[in-house]
Design a protein around this ligand. Structure first.
Ligand code: UD1
Ligand code: UDP
Length: 395
């Protein structure tokens, strides 16, 4: 392979930008790699918010987002646009993260051009194609077509092994979201769009899952309304996802309540500050489920199933579905009982140690560069005091 090897990092939505930013920054630091960034812009403002935060300017921007976009339309536009970019860029390696339509389309476009695709955050599964929808299917397709699988946990690795993936192609790295979180949380707190007097509790809410649209989402809003009325001294901060299926319903259900603060999506740094400042988090987000335990914040997850079982098994995240009674009951329990709260606010972080991106980039370099030019993880460890964990034994 020629040197430097070209690594094309693809980002489409907000969580992909959060989780790929540490990989992009690590790849840029690597002397043997030339890192290019392709934004599909499946999201527009929410993608740009995160890329700005990390100082990343895409080399190519497909500007794909349309208002209230449909899955089939987005997928077909992505596939044809991505194919043209892959032809022109001719990368040695393509990396993409997660389970969005962007990731599924990237994996397919690479397959058609016989390009090596590395899947970041590989192996998460619920086993139910309807939950999360359509992300479970996207992740299975991306996994089927990937050459390298960067699994965040041993559980994700086990899922891939069960599907017959070659163990030599799976690398347990931790989740890059913890790299992004730790780097951002270490900075000075950002201002929040709500006035929080010292000691005033804040409940942070986010929601956007397609499987919750319609009646389940109306129940979520009704539950938040009940809690806001029951706890008038607590603030409820909800940065509302701009999808009209979320935004219009949330505003209609909650407008006018003095302690509910509906705002635009927060930039990543203020959102991390909001998580740090929150007493309790109620969310259906994948990334928030991973970040909050590392900040010792209990999360009630508005889903029936999760492809991130580790924090649930640790008892620091609880699934409550989109059921009015369960959400209200579980939130009251945590807001009223200091002992129940303390049991969940333990600072357990099963998803990583902040070094996942370094492991991914070191692995890619070892795979694609001639042996002497590829610094191995032990060298990197010596240089940057990064110690490989037992989990990276497969790297
Ligand atoms: C997408 C992903 C989901 C991920 C989520 C993260 C798919 C199928 N879904 O869901 O896996 O968890 O992103 O947030 O890939 N919009 C804006 N501005 C933005 C972003 C979105 O206005 O910056 C609005 C647009 O009307 C857009 C709509 O939201 O059409 C839906 O965006 P889309 O990416 O299709 O779905 P999400 O629900 O955001
Ligand atoms: N996030 C953010 N601003 C917000 C809400 C969330 O920066 O207003 C971050 C959050 O910290 C996490 C990511 O966005 O890293 C999660 O994105 P989202 O919930 O949209 O997608 P998911 O993780 O469910 O795919």
């Amino acid at each position: 392979m020629r040197e430097p090897a070209t690594v094309l990092c693809v980002v489409g939505t907000r969580p992909e930008a959060v989780k790929m930013a540490p990989v992009i920054l690590a790849a840029r630091r690597h002397p043997g790699l030339r890192c290019r960034v392709l934004a599909t812009a499946q999201h527009r403002q929410m993608l740009d918010q995160v890329l700005d935060e990390f100082g990343i300017v895409p080399d190519v921007d497909l500007d794909m987002m349309r208002p209230n976009q449909a899955l089939a339309d987005l997928t077909s536009r992505l596939l044809s646009s991505l194919d043209a970019v892959l032809r022109d860029e001719a990368p040695d390696v393509v990396l993409a993260q997660g389970d969005t339509t962007t990731v599924m389309a990237v994996a397919m476009a690479c397959f058609y051009r016989r390009l090596a695709f590395g899947h970041v955050e590989a192996g998460l599964r619920t086993g139910d194609l309807g939950n999360p929808f359509p992300e479970e299917a996207n992740r299975v397709i991306a996994g089927k077509l990937a050459r390298w699988h960067f699994a965040p946990t041993q559980g994700a690795r086990a899922n891939l092994l069960r599907e017959g993936v070659d163990p030599a192609q799976i690398f347990v790295t931790g989740n890059t979201v913890i790299d992004a979180l730790l780097a951002t949380a270490a900075k000075r707190d950002a201002p929040l769009p709500v006035d929080l007097a010292p000691g005033r509790r804040m409940v942070l809410v986010t929601a956007h899952r397609r499987e919750n649209f319609g009646a389940p989402f109306a129940e979520v809003c009704r539950a938040i309304r009940t809690l806001a009325l029951d706890y008038p001294g607590d603030a409820f901060l909800w940065p509302v996802h701009p999808n009209p299926n979320v935004r219009d319903v949330a505003h209609a259900a909650l407008a006018g309540l003095p302690n509910v603060h509906l705002c635009e999506p927060l930039d990543y740094a203020p959102f991390v500050t909001a998580m740090k400042r929150a007493h309790l988090i109620i969310s259906d987000s994948g990334g928030v489920q991973e970040e909050a335990p590392a900040l010792a914040k209990p999360v009630l997850v508005l889903r029936e199933e999760t492809e991130r079982p580790e924090a649930v098994e640790e008892g620091v995240v609880r699934l409550v579905g989109a059921h009015y009674e369960t959400i209200v009951h579980q939130a009251r329990h945590l807001l009223d009982s200091p002992a129940a709260y303390a049991r969940m606010a333990r600072g357990v972080s099963p998803y990583g140690d902040g070094l996942a991106a370094e492991r991914i980039v070191a692995t890619i370099a070892r795979q694609v560069l001639p042996a002497p030019a590829a610094p191995d993880l032990h060298e990197a460890a010596a240089r940057r005091d990064l110690r490989p964990t037992a989990d990276t034994a497969t790297c």
